[in-house]
Design a protein around this ligand. Structure first.
Ligand code: FMN
Length: 195
C-alpha cells in the first residue's frame, strides 16, 4: 500500500487539504497527516473543522484506520526517518514560513523533518504554496526547492476548464497535486482530454 504524507500549514486554503484527504480515501493508501499548530487553527477558522475530530470521522467512514494524525513535535515518528519508505509527501497549503524552513533545511518540527527526508531520499515532494503577492524571498525559496527536484504547485487554479463553482477550482488544484504523485484521478476537467 502506498504511503503518503500530507502536511497542513497555516496558509489560507485549508479546503484544498480537506478535499485532498477525501480523494485519497478513495484509494488504497496509508495517509500520515502532519499539521502545524497554525495549520489546525486556520483549518478550523476557514472550514469549521477540528482536525482531530475530522480524522476520526474519516477513519470511521471507511471502517479502517488509514489516516494517522502525527504529533508535529514527535521526532520519534516513523515518518521522521528515511528508512520508513514513504512514497510521496504533499504540503497543502504551504505557508511561506514552512516553505522557508524546508528550503533552508530547518527541521525543528516533524512536518519540516519529513519534508527534508523526502528531499534527501530523492522521493516525491509537492509543495502547494499560497501567498500573494510573492516577495523575492518567497520566490528564491521556491527556486531553491525546485532545483532539488521538489514540485512547486501553486494554489493557482486555471480558468480554461470553465469552473462553475469554488469546488471546481479546489478540485483542479487537488487533481493536479494527485497527478504529480501518480494517483489516478478524474478530479478535474482535463484540457480536451478523455483520460
Ligand atoms: C487566517 C489566516 C490566513 C493566513 N494565510 C496565509 C497565507 O496564505 N500564506 C502564508 O504564508 N501565511 C498565511 N498566514 C500566516 C501563517 O499562518 C503564519 O505565518 C504562521 O506562522 C505559519 O506557520 P506554519 O508554517 O508553522 O503553519 C495566515 C494566517 C491566518 C491566521
Amino acid at each position: 500500500m502506498k504511503k503518503i504524507i500530507v502536511g497542513l500549514t497555516g496558509a489560507s486554503g485549508s479546503a484544498y487539504f480537506r478535499r485532498l484527504i477525501e480523494v485519497l480515501l478513495e484509494h488504497e493508501v496509508e495517509i500520515h497527516v502532519i499539521a502545524s499548530e497554525h495549520g489546525s487553527q486556520v483549518l478550523a477558522y476557514e472550514t469549521g473543522i477540528i482536525l482531530e475530530e475530522q480524522i476520526k470521522v474519516w477513519n470511521e467512514k471507511i471502517s479502517d484506520t488509514r489516516i494517522t494524525l502525527e504529533d508535529n513535535n514527535n521526532m520519534f515518528s516513523a515518518v521522521a526517518s528515511g528508512s520508513y519508505r514513504c512514497d510521496a509527501m504533499i504540503v497543502i497549503p504551504c505557508s511561506m514560513s514552512t516553505l522557508a524552513e524546508i528550503a533552508n533545511g530547518i527541521t525543528k518540527s516533524l512536518l519540516t523533518r519529513a519534508a527534508d527526508v523526502m528531499i534527501k531520499e530523492q522521493r516525491k515532494l509537492v509543495i502547494v504554496p499560497r501567498e500573494t503577492p510573492l516577495s523575492t524571498i518567497h520566490l528564491k525559496n521556491m527556486y531553491e526547492l525546485s532545483k532539488v527536484g521538489v514540485t512547486i504547485l501553486p494554489a493557482m487554479p486555471g480558468f480554461y476548464n470553465l469552473p462553475e463553482t469554488v469546488d471546481d477550482m479546489i478540485n483542479h488544484i487537488v487533481g493536479k497535486a494527485l497527478d504529480c504523485i501518480g494517483i489516478d484521478n478524474n478530479n478535474y476537467k482535463r484540457w480536451k482530454g478523455k483520460n
